[in-house]
Design a protein around this ligand. Structure first.
Ligand code: 9MR
Length: 372
């Protein structure tokens, strides 16, 4: 009898804890509402989430985001794995998810050195493709993908990560083959990509997207040069995405403001496209996937109160800068939804491994309240 009573009390206590927990989560302010006067708020969505296999993550996205980017499923390797085969399923599901839940869908990405199948850059003997062949493949890919989503995707990361940190163009197969080592042709692949994306969907916005624009002034200057080049040719470009893969000690307010103001001065919209904050303090700082792994960025102290406090402070600092420049910024997108599925280890996002809001979440909300 005593055992039964104790059991019932235990069950009651757990129910109360659960109810209180639930209530407090559903009472949370929604990021998209809190920032509605300033910019859109979004996240990168992975396939599990849009396919219904991570319902808790989907709930967070639905509640807090009014824009979304597919984390992987529109990349060349996934959407166009073989010359004559396009794989629309997962990317279509992403777009339908966005439509259903009122999120502005962003296309990511058309021309990138990573996640592009080898055949794209090769001839039938495995040697390098010629400039004309590569341009024809690029045109086919852009026309088909942008055409498929015409009128449904708001804007495209047309060219991704074409710059080195010193502001010169990255030595990618796109540059080598289409640029042919000639300075006059160095921007050709970028120019063609934007022209063809515009032809395929004249209403879509077109963006250049890169990391470390917020930490390296030289790299930011390189992005400014791309925008100016395209504009000088009369080619449409609407925005530049500052990915903003940050760390606890970077970017500085100064270099972040340098990037926002210099990019905005060219007349384009500025977007924060891949925000997260690495808690691990050592090692490589960029977002080149060949240099980063979840294990390599893991941080044994990620959950420690001290680390979470620093994370909250860095998020607050970054959002204060973004709010200060909100006239130039149209969108802030997190690169993921909650820590467990982030591309990096540690504790980089606003929601923890159990889908709970962290100190950083409340710090971000507070920046908007202070801005009023
Ligand atoms: O988060 C993405 C990860 O799941 C992929 O394995 C990786 C390689 O395609 O790309 C990650 O996202 C990258 C984004 O597409 C472009 N900027 C850097 C991001 C982090 O590497």
């Amino acid at each position: 009898m005593k055992g039964r009573v104790l059991n019932s009390i235990a069950i009651l206590v757990s129910l109360v804890i659960l109810a209180v927990g639930r209530a407090s989560t559903s009472d949370l302010p929604a990021l998209k509402d809190v920032f509605k006067d300033y910019f859109l708020i979004g996240g990168a969505l992975n396939r599990n989430l849009v396919m219904g296999r991570d319902p808790n993550a989907a709930q967070i996205a639905i509640k807090h985001y009014n824009t979304a980017t597919p984390e992987n499923d529109m990349k060349w390797q996934l959407i166009h794995p073989e010359p004559d085969r396009y794989n629309w399923g997962p990317a279509d599901t992403f777009v339908e998810f966005c439509q259903k839940h009122n999120m502005v869908p962003i296309g990511h990405t058309l021309v990138w050195h990573a996640q592009t199948p080898r055949w794209v850059f090769q001839d039938s003997n495995g040697g390098p493709a010629t400039r004309d062949v590569l341009l024809a493949r690029m045109k086919d890919h852009i026309t088909t993908v942008v055409g498929h989503y015409k009128g449904r995707v708001k804007g495209w990361d047309v060219v991704n990560e074409a710059l080195n940190d010193n502001g010169t163009l990255r030595n990618s197969p796109w540059l080598r083959i289409i640029g042919e080592g000639s300075p006059e042709k160095q921007y050709d692949f970028i120019e063609y990509a934007f022209r063809w994306a515009h032809e395929a969907d004249p209403d879509a916005e077109l963006y250049y997207n890169d990391y470390n624009l917020d930490t390296s002034k030289a790299k930011c200057d390189g992005a400014v040069a791309i925008v100016k080049y395209l504009k000088s040719k009369g080619v449409r470009i609407d925005g530049v995405g500052i990915q903003l893969h940050a760390g606890l000690t970077y970017p500085s307010v100064e270099t972040l403001e340098y990037a926002i103001t210099n990019l905005a001065a060219t007349g384009v919209k500025v977007m924060v496209t891949e925000l997260d904050i690495r808690t691990q303090t050592r090692g490589y700082r960029g977002a080149d996937i060949s240099m980063v792994s979840r294990e390599g960025t893991a941080d044994p102290n990620a959950a420690a109160a001290e680390t979470q406090k620093k994370l909250a402070e860095k998020y607050a600092e970054i959002f204060s800068v973004l709010l200060k420049h909100s006239k130039s910024i149209t969108r802030v997108t997190f690169w993921g939804v909650y820590d467990a599925t982030s591309w990096i280890g540690g504790s980089p996002l606003l929601f923890d491994r159990n889908y709970q809001p962290k100190e950083a979440f409340f710090a971000v909300i507070k920046t908007a309240q202070q801005a009023r």
